[in-house]
Design a binder for this molecule. Structure first.
Ligand code: SF4
Ligand code: SF4
Length: 338
């Protein structure tokens, strides 16, 4: 039996998305990392520890997700992970493209890491490597198998776009074969170095799925995969008419932290210098207005303000000029649990 629920930003939990570097071994076509905005530094371990301590004190029992770039390229990742455990974070996740550098699996133990979360964007090498580069599929599958063999819990993140939506339904059997019991479906965003603003319209046409495609495929395939015993989480994206719109920037606590010290509360803001917080001398301080907080407060009939600003191609209007539907906060998820 499966249970579907809308996870209203898990309001009682706080999530720290800590990008410890922006360097990566891959050049994925849909990468959202934007070194101009996020910095190119590799955070020193002392800084990682100091920043983790700030969040541990501010939000005891929050979840931390180590990200990059490719976080396993950071030689101090094992120490950072262990330090996070000592500070009492509720869960510790490492997001990875699967290459697992610096022999990370032998430098941390399953007790140190709750999940290694692998980015897998296709059920076949053709599709995954088409997006992420030659050999990336084989490396990712090998990484998952190695992590499982060493006793780590593993999950998969599948970023849906026009390039791979057709292979989502093939993921169930593959995930079973890989002994994965959690799948996070994401939706392609128009962010990062691969989405300069002047190309956004063309890129949108090339990558972003329509409302009809999303609703026609995602909920059904998610249920199908969940029936195999895999917990599936996917973003709501389009609100039903009776659903209430809420902005996680106002209603939840999520922090997206970058090596240059910028701290955002909304991932859709990350391509702009409108972060609401910043680390200065290892202290987390608010930034001056105008910042993302000023956008969160705006009420518009289209739902998410940042969506309207950066990817208005998502929206459709009727003859009266009213939007035909509202876009949910990108952090509003549906979860189908086993
Ligand atoms: S999407 Fe991830 S794996 Fe791909 S280039 Fe960007 S940081 Fe690296
Ligand atoms: S995605 Fe939209 S609704 Fe969600 S935090 Fe950002 S601005 Fe708010």
């Amino acid at each position: 039996m499966t249970f579907k629920k809308t996870v209203v930003f898990a309001k009682k939990s706080t999530n720290i998305f800590l990008h410890i570097l922006t360097r990566c071994n891959l050049k994925c076509q849909h990468c959202y990392i934007n070194p101009e905005q996020h910095g190119t530094d590799i955070l020193p371990l002392a800084t990682i520890k100091a920043w983790l301590a700030v969040f541990a004190a501010k939000h005891p029992g929050s979840n931390v997700i180590f990200l990059g770039g490719e976080p396993t390229l950071h030689p101090a990742l094992p120490s950072a992970v262990k330090h996070a455990r000592e500070l009492g974070f509720a869960s510790i996740t490492v997001d990875t493209n699967g290459y697992l550098f610096h022999d990370i699996l032998s430098k941390v133990a399953p007790a140190d890491v709750d999940y290694f979360s692998f980015s897998l964007d296709g059920a076949t090498p053709h599709t995954h490597d088409g997006i992420r580069g030659s050999g990336a599929y084989a490396a990712c599958l090998a990484g998952i198998r190695k992590a499982n063999a060493r006793g780590f819990a593993t999950s998969v993140i599948y970023t849906v776009s026009l390039r791979n939506i057709h292979e989502l339904e093939m993921m169930g059997p593959l995930l079973k074969d890989l002994a994965i019991n959690r799948l996070f479906i994401q939706v392609i965003g128009l962010r990062g170095r691969s989405a300069p603003r002047e190309q956004a319209v063309n890129r949108n046409q090339a990558w972003q799925v329509s409302r009809e495609e999303w609703l026609g495929v995602i909920p059904g395939v998610a249920s199908q995969i969940a029936r195999l015993g895999i917990t599936v989480t996917y973003p709501k994206v389009f609100l039903d008419p009776e659903e209430i719109f809420e902005c996680a920037g106002l209603a939840a606590a999520n922090y997206f932290v970058f090596p240059n010290g910028r701290v955002y509360q909304c991932p859709l803001c990350e391509d702009f210098p409108i972060h609401s917080l910043v680390f200065e001398k290892n202290r987390l301080v608010p930034t001056a207005q105008l910042n993302e907080n000023d956008f969160f407060k705006l009420k518009i009939p289209e739902g998410c303000v940042m969506n309207k600003l950066i990817q208005p191609q998502n929206l459709k209007y009727g003859d009266s000029g009213e939007p035909e539907y509202r876009i949910a906060c990108c952090m509003l998820k549906e979860e189908i649990a086993v």
